[in-house]
Structures are given as structure tokens and as C-alpha cells.
Design a binder for this molecule. Structure first.
Ligand SMILES: Cc1cc2nc3c(=O)[nH]c(=O)nc-3n(C[C@H](O)[C@H](O)[C@H](O)COP(=O)(O)OP(=O)(O)OC[C@H]3O[C@@H](n4cnc5c(N)ncnc54)[C@H](O)[C@@H]3O)c2cc1C
Ligand code: SF4
Length: 341
């Protein structure tokens, strides 16, 4: 590993000031992704700014009923929090579908959002990779790409985004709060807009600006009567990234779909918010036919590569199953849907 300097910050201001004096540093959350990449020589920061002593490890219910989750909250604690389990089960399920118990005990909310792709060529510095080193090419396109993207990819990169948690956050319309950067300001970004498609700049995974710190994630108040579910398909029962996953939130009212959010994981460079499917389903009578048409309309945009067309069928079946499960549970035994607050 390349030698690096280490700074332990105890406040956001201290962390941002350390970045300003050492541009190009990296912030350290749990280190479960960053330190691995440093060992492989993929990341070579001159300075690590440790955020674990910055007080960002609270989960707080706001007066509006929203939930603010500090960026330092560990994945295990977030998945187990009673308000997350009861009001936002899709988030708890997504977290528990990721990594292993030991990793979740260390991994943080901020680090999980900003973890890098698991494309093996990105992790291998002897191979060309536009994400690691812009302009060098993409080793995956003509080689082993069974796990790679079928939606939203570009000529420059076909990698997928690995976080399960981020897929659930997008379905929940979460917002991400940021601090610092060149102007030392605070701002917030919708989770659905936080990660980028590769386009011509696959080296930029997200819209975060140099030096910015993720401070928290805010979940809007849960809608009474709404249901949510996360399902993930992977090569092994645990400890594996998604081949395809689906997060969905559904609210029925007066025999129709009042609100639906549908997001795919494992298919694209970012959690894929299924806007076409959501538009078709909103206001529709929740029947199998409507679900089938909506999911097919979304996946018509898929452009599979030589070896990964199977992911489109996988995602189609998964999304239909998740939506029909939610519809049945909402119509069979759920409390009647109430108006949004
Ligand atoms: C074997 C293995 C299997 C895994 N399986 C899964 C899986 O199935 N699903 C899944 O979702 N994940 C999986 N993971 C990934 C794991 O969830 C991530 O490594 C972890 O969430 C990263 O969190 P961290 O706090 O350790 O981040 P770190 O490694 O500390 O940081 C990751 C990145 O985020 C930046 N960063 C951290 N915190 C902040 C902040 N507050 N503000 C700004 N930048 C910040 C760092 O600079 C770095 O670039 C797996 C990991 C391993 C090793
Ligand atoms: S798919 Fe993206 S991350 Fe993988 S080698 Fe190609 S450019 Fe690099």
C-alpha cells in the first residue's frame, strides 16, 4: 500500500478544513471498501480524513415524522432500528441483503452510498478502465461482463452500482444532505439523483463535489397504509452482490394504485428508478395485467450485452413478483389506505 497521512477529525468543520489543506484526500467511514481499494492500488490518496469521531451516528425522528440518519450510522444499527423496521421495511431488508454481519457492523451509511463498483477490471490496475483511469478504455465490454449493466450504460463504461441500501433509499424518496466542498456550504440532493449514469465520464460515480461530506440521509414521513418490499437475486444465498434486485413502495386507495415507487438494483450504473412503469401503474386498477405491462414498458429500454440478457428476464420476474406480492398484501389484510399527510 502506498504511504499516506492520517487525520482524525472531531467535527465537520475540522474535516472540511483538513480537506482544504490536502485536496484529493479521502474521507474514511468504516473503511471496508476504501481500504481494500488502497491495498489494490486502485485508490492512492495522500491523506485519509477519518470521520468516525465526527458526531454523525444518530438516528433522529423529526417533528414532521421524517427520519434523519447520520452518515456515520452503521448498517447493522440502521437495519435494526425499530422505526426503520416498522415504517420503512424495504430499507431494513435491503441492508440485511448486503455484505455480511461483520461488514455491516463496520460499514456506514455514507460509505455505503459512496462505495465503488465491483467491476473486476476496475479493481485490477493491470487492466484498462475508464472509471479508474479516464481515457484508457473498458476491459469489460469485450471480456467477462455477465454481471454488468443492461440499462443506461455507455460506450465508456458498463459497470453496475453495487449498493443495496441506495436502491431502497431511491424508492423511499430519501434526500441526502451534504456539507463542505470548495464553498463550505450545505445542500441536499434527492437519493434518486445522487448517482450518475456513466456517459462520457464514468470516473464520476455521483454528483458529490470535491471535498463534500455526506452528513445525513433524510427519509420522508412514511405514508400510513403503504407497503414496501426489497428482493435480491444473487449467485449465492449471502455475501454476494445483486445480479438484479427490486425495491418497491406501494399505496392503494379506492381500488386503485395511489402511489408506487419501483427501483431496480444490479442493472445499471445507478439505482434505476422505473419512471415509465410508475407512470403506467399510478391510478391503474392493481391487476396482474397492469403490472405486466408496466414492467415490460420499463424494461423495453434494456440493451443487454453479449452475456447478460438473462438479467432482463430476471428483473422482469422479480419486479412482477414484488409488485403482485405488495398488491395482495395491501388488498387482503392491510388497513385501508389513508390520505397522505
Ligand atoms: C466481501 C464484501 C461483500 C459485500 N457485499 C455487499 C452487498 O451485497 N451489498 C452492498 O450494498 N454492499 C456490499 N459490500 C460493500 C459494503 O457494503 C461497503 O464496503 C460499505 O458499505 C462501505 O461503507 P464504509 O463505511 O466501510 O465505507 P468506506 O470504505 O469507509 O468508504 C467508501 C467511500 O465513501 C467515502 N466516504 C465514506 N464516508 C463518507 C462521508 N460521510 N462523506 C463523504 N465520503 C465518504 C470514502 O472516502 C470512500 O470513497 C460488500 C463488501 C465486501 C467487502
Ligand atoms: S465497465 Fe467501467 S469500471 Fe469496468 S472496466 Fe469498463 S470502464 Fe472500468
Amino acid at each position: 500500500m502506498k504511504p499516506f497521512a492520517y487525520v482524525r477529525a472531531t467535527s465537520l468543520q475540522e474535516a472540511a478544513a483538513a480537506y482544504a489543506s490536502h485536496p484529493g484526500s479521502r474521507y474514511l467511514g468504516g473503511g471496508t471498501n476504501l481500504v481494500d481499494l488502497m491495498k489494490h492500488g486502485v485508490e492512492t490518496p495522500g491523506t485519509l480524513i477519518d470521520l468516525t469521531r465526527v458526531p454523525l451516528d444518530d438516528i433522529q425522528e423529526l417533528p414532521t415524522g421524517a427520519l434523519r440518519i447520520g452518515a456515520g450510522v452503521r448498517n447493522t444499527d440502521l437495519a435494526a432500528h425499530p422505526l426503520v423496521r416498522t415504517r420503512y421495511p424495504v430499507l431494513s431488508q435491503a441492508l440485511l441483503a448486503g455484505a455480511s454481519g461483520q461488514l455491516r457492523n463496520v460499514a456506514t451509511t455514507g460509505g455505503n452510498l459512496l462505495q465503488r463498483t465491483r467491476c473486476p477490471y476496475f479493481q485490477d490496475v493491470s487492466k484498462p478502465c475508464n472509471k479508474r483511469e479516464p481515457g484508457t478504455g473498458c476491459a469489460a465490454r469485450d471480456a467477462v461482463h455477465r454481471d454488468h449493466a443492461v440499462l443506461g450504460h455507455s460506450a465508456h463504461c458498463i459497470a453496475t452500482h453495487p449498493s443495496d441500501m441506495a436502491v431502497a433509499l431511491s424508492a423511499l424518496d430519501a434526500r441526502i444532505e451534504l456539507y463542505g466542498g470548495e464553498h463550505g456550504t450545505t445542500r441536499e440532493v434527492a437519493a434518486a439523483d445522487f448517482h450518475r449514469l456513466p456517459g462520457e465520464h464514468p470516473e464520476r460515480d455521483t454528483v458529490i463535489r470535491p471535498g463534500e461530506i455526506v452528513t445525513s440521509v433524510v427519509l420522508p414521513p412514511a405514508v400510513p397504509g403503504s407497503r414496501s418490499l426489497y428482493r435480491k437475486v444473487r449467485d449465492r444465498a449471502s455475501y454476494a452482490f445483486a445480479l438484479a434486485s427490486v425495491a418497491a413502495v406501494l399505496e392503494l386507495g379506492d381500488g386503485r394504485v395511489r402511489h408506487v415507487a419501483l427501483v431496480f438494483g444490479g442493472l445499471a450504473h445507478r439505482p434505476w428508478r422505473a419512471a415509465a412503469a410508475e407512470e403506467r401503474l399510478t391510478g391503474a386498477v392493481p391487476a396482474d395485467e397492469a403490472v405486466r405491462e408496466a414492467v415490460d414498458a420499463e424494461l423495453a429500454a434494456a440493451r443487454p450485452l453479449r452475456d447478460n440478457a438473462f438479467k432482463v428476464d430476471l428483473a422482469r420476474n422479480l419486479a412482477r413478483d414484488v409488485l403482485t406480492t405488495l398488491i395482495r398484501s395491501a388488498s387482503d389484510d392491510g388497513p385501508p389506505a389513508r390520505p397522505r399527510p
